[in-house]
Design a protein. Structure first.
Length: 307
């Protein structure tokens, strides 16, 4: 998927369309509703398995006990929470749809395993990493120059120009924040300098319109169906056809040598229109041909001559 920082995409949140948080159903429902990709928060289990997990922990279905992902192995977590989703499973769903991917990190250590999965799946250039503050994001970008890292903002910077320069010096891919944090001045400066912008989850129609108007590239929402409708390009009005000059073509008798206007014509007894031309230029009636006579009748011409 080729794109520039002048394009905007709708990404489904981990709980898209009211589905269970961080489930495969949420990923598939969001893409089916019109999203061009999704955002996957990740955590790592004790034995190094990358999981799709928004809170960093799971609650056991039967006992209600909370299990921290980094303190338990994958088998224990799956026994407590059977619907657990690995990052590889979710990645296959995103790849099947051909959309973009935002990887939200809770800790920079999870980036290494995710990077390997993306690189093996040839999806590294279609994903960006987010969830880390500016300094941590800069260190991650320096450690892995082949990944695209965004810095998360907690508040709007007082000096957007200086802040964007700092992000450029850290070799960051872009900036991510809540719709209220991404001010118009910050968006304009970031886009002008070639950075990308991403917003956090919102389903407010006014905020979605604002993000599109400010040029935010990756708009995260739990209602991609609503966002896709609001972000659809306005249909261009078809230009009105130019008025054409009317050309009057009078009726005429095909094959006649001279056109006779309708008002100079007269109707005969049969109701047909005939031209009243005073008999001029009328062809003479052909001479009557001799009719064959019946046997026994005398010829008048011969009879008169013999008389």
């Amino acid at each position: 998927m080729r794109y520039s920082n002048r394009d905007s995409f709708v990404l489904a949140s981990p709980s898209a369309m009211g589905r269970e948080l961080c489930s495969l159903e949420a990923v598939m429902a969001g893409i089916a509703a019109g999203a061009r990709g999704c955002v996957l928060p990740v955590s790592t289990s004790k034995d190094g398995i990358t999981l799709v997990c928004a809170t960093g922990s799971y609650r056991a279905a039967q006992t209600g006990e909370t299990l921290t992902a980094c303190d338990h192995d994958f088998a224990s977590l799956r026994a407590a929470y059977p619907k657990i989703v690995s990052f590889g499973q979710a990645l296959e769903c995103v790849k099947a749809a051909g959309g973009g991917l935002g990887v939200e990190l809770h800790h920079h250590q999870a980036a290494a395993q995710v990077r390997v999965s993306l690189k093996y799946s040839e999806y590294l250039d279609k994903a960006y990493f987010c969830g880390l503050p500016m300094e941590e994001a800069g260190r991650l970008a320096a450690r892995y120059p082949d990944i695209q890292v965004m810095a998360d903002l907690d508040e709007t910077p007082e000096d957007p120009v200086a802040f964007v320069r700092s992000a450029q010096n850290l070799r960051l891919f872009g900036l991510r924040g809540a719709p209220g944090v991404l001010s118009e001045a910050l968006c304009n400066e970031a886009l002008r300098c070639g950075l990308f912008l991403a917003s956090t989850d919102t389903s407010d129609p006014e905020a979605l319109r604002c993000m599109k108007a400010r040029g935010v590239n990756f708009i995260e929402t739990s209602r991609p169906d609503l966002a896709a409708t609001l972000m659809a390009p306005d249909p261009e009005l078809e230009p009105e056809p130019e008025p054409q000059e009317e050309t009057f073509v009078p009726f005429s008798n095909t094959g006649s040598a001279e056109f006779i206007p309708y008002y100079e014509r007269e109707e005969n007894e049969d109701g047909d229109c005939t031209a009243d031309d005073g008999g001029a230029d009328r062809p003479e009636a052909p001479a009557a041909q001799d009719q064959p006579q019946a046997d026994g009748e005398p010829d008048t011409a011969e009879a008169g001559g013999q008389a």
